[in-house]
Design a protein around this ligand. Structure first.
Ligand SMILES: NC(=O)c1ccc[n+]([C@@H]2O[C@H](COP(=O)([O-])OP(=O)(O)OC[C@H]3O[C@@H](n4cnc5c(N)ncnc54)[C@H](O)[C@@H]3O)[C@@H](O)[C@H]2O)c1
Length: 453
């Protein structure tokens, strides 16, 4: 284990010493000042908006993890991070960083949790990997396929452990559904439907703040824009709502492909492959000059080996939200909190309360090894799985290569919708075929001096 060089004898020494002087064997960080005890995995968290606190709370709850640093370029968010982390540990030890590069250079940080806007994923993840950090990073892997490829290369080169925030793989209904598909119990799969949200959600409740103003003093707006193109500050397109503007994010399509598209691939055994063609079917795309300019309604079709068609749609009621695999013998549907299958043997009917009423609902059955011959990766929890893999140096349930493959149908769909023509893709070489204009869209120009490597 590269960044955990302590031998067991040193660990035992620390444990014995702690016990001898009356400390518990896992010693609170405050006892040793800023450095966490060496039997804990130290973590720095980057980004304290919508997802940062949720991920951090999961890691705080793990007794072998110590969050030692927080980083954000919005002072108010950073203060809130420190309050939560120090409040949890009942000390004032958590260090604060404005510039992620300084946090990445800190030698006493083993792992980082990244919950920053999509335009930053490439640059920050590569910097983290170069500095020997193991990484819990959010989906989609990055804003473009080129940025994703750079992350994969850096994680592989520096032999880092990576977990993606595609946490649905750690939920039983998604895993068992994918297992049934993977074991051929629906017969040959011909079609998979990936139903994603449509429209724009005003997550930050700033949708009416559409005027150009000075950025607030607590936000380093220049850094927030980072490698994207500089645009005037408009509150409605900054925190949380950045995902509705293509300068920073990728709309509902890229926000969600790393969830339901990821599960579709899991069932199809496509974690190392991808589509050979993606065709645009329908799109409602606001003008590029709109503050929220990402597609509000969209549909594409992707061809996979074995004559499988994947439909990816948002705002099309015939495509149910979640993932539906359709095979020659029947269909199976999974979504957050739900599971259903057309084959009675592969579902369990339960009674559940809906308000005052008791209704029948479907859930997954427990199938034996005689039926499920190939079991999929089962975790004790998504965040727990990351920490376990940091220790064991084994791959997580959503390693970087999987996250890359899971997001590719979303990226290619966006390119096909923008150009309004089918895109041919070589999933082995990871290249768009015979289309220089589309090939250019595999990456985006970076502003100023920002670079991936
Ligand atoms: N797995 C999930 O279920 C899930 C859910 C929501 C969001 N996400 C993902 O999490 C990521 C963050 O999304 P969000 O909704 O939390 O965004 P957000 O805008 O709410 O928060 C991002 C935070 O990062 C900070 N930040 C921006 N650039 C930074 C930089 N260079 N250095 C340090 N801090 C920086 C911002 O100030 C902000 O506090 C996105 O990739 C998103 O897709 C995942």
């Amino acid at each position: 284990m590269k960044r955990h060089p302590l031998t067991s004898s040193r660990r035992q020494f620390l444990g014995r010493t702690a016990a001898a002087i009356g400390f518990p064997s896992i010693v609170p960080a405050s006892v040793f000042g800023q450095n966490a005890p060496s039997n804990r995995i130290t973590m720095g968290v980057v980004g304290w908006g919508m997802m940062g606190p949720g991920n951090t709370n999961k890691f705080l709850a793990e007794s072998d993890c110590q969050i030692v640093a927080a980083c954000d370029i919005d002072k108010q968010h950073l203060e809130s991070a420190l309050k939560t982390i120090n409040g949890y540990y009942k000390n004032t030890d958590c260090r604060s960083y404005h510039d992620y590069r300084e946090m990445m250079a800190a030698k006493d940080i083993d792992t980082v949790m990244l919950a920053i806007p999509d335009n930053w994923h490439g640059v920050v993840s590569v910097e983290a990997a170069k500095n020997g950090k193991d990484i819990y990073g959010e989906k989609p892997l990055a804003r473009t396929i080129a940025e994703q490829q750079a992350i994969v290369a850096a994680v592989q080169k520096h032999q880092r452990i990576w977990q993606t925030g595609s946490w649905q793989r750690s939920e039983d209904n998604f895993r068992i559904g994918a297992e049934i598909v993977r074991n051929g119990l629906l017969g040959k799969i011909t079609r998979v439907e990936v139903g994603l949200p449509a429209g724009h959600n005003d997550f930050a409740k700033t949708g009416d703040k559409t005027q150009v103003t000075e950025p607030p003093a607590h936000l380093d707006y220049e850094m927030w824009i980072g490698p994207s193109q500089m645009e005037p500050y408009i509150e409605a397109r900054v925190h949380k709502n950045w995902r509705w503007n293509y300068n920073i994010g990728g709309g509902q399509l890229l926000d969600w492909i790393g969830h339901h598209g990821d599960i579709a691939h899991w069932g199809l055994d496509m974690d190392s492959s991808g589509p050979s063609e993606v065709r645009p079917i329908q799109v409602d795309m606001p003008p590029r000059t709109d503050i929220w300019n990402t597609a509000t309604k969209y549909r594409t079709e992707a061809s996979y080996a074995g004559d499988i068609t994947m439909v990816i749609a948002g705002g099309h009621p015939d495509i149910k939200s979640g993932t539906t695999w359709i095979g020659e013998k029947g269909w199976l549907h999974v979504n957050r909190g739900s599971y259903d299958c057309s084959i009675p043997e592969f579902k369990k009917v339960i009674k559940k309360r809906e308000g005052d009423k008791v209704v029948e609902a479907a859930t997954f059955p427990k199938l034996g090894d005689d039926i499920i011959k190939t079991r999929l990766y089962e975790t004790p929890g998504h965040h727990r799985n990351f920490l376990d893999c940091v220790k064991s140096r084994k791959p997580t349930v959503t390693p970087v290569e999987t996250a890359h493959r899971s997001a590719i149908p979303g990226h290619l769909s966006l390119i096909a919708l923008m150009l309004n023509r089918p895109i041919k893709w070589d999933p082995v070489k990871e290249e768009i075929l015979n289309d220089p204009e589309a090939t250019k869209l595999l990456g985006r120009p970076f502003r100023g001096d920002w670079k991936l490597i």
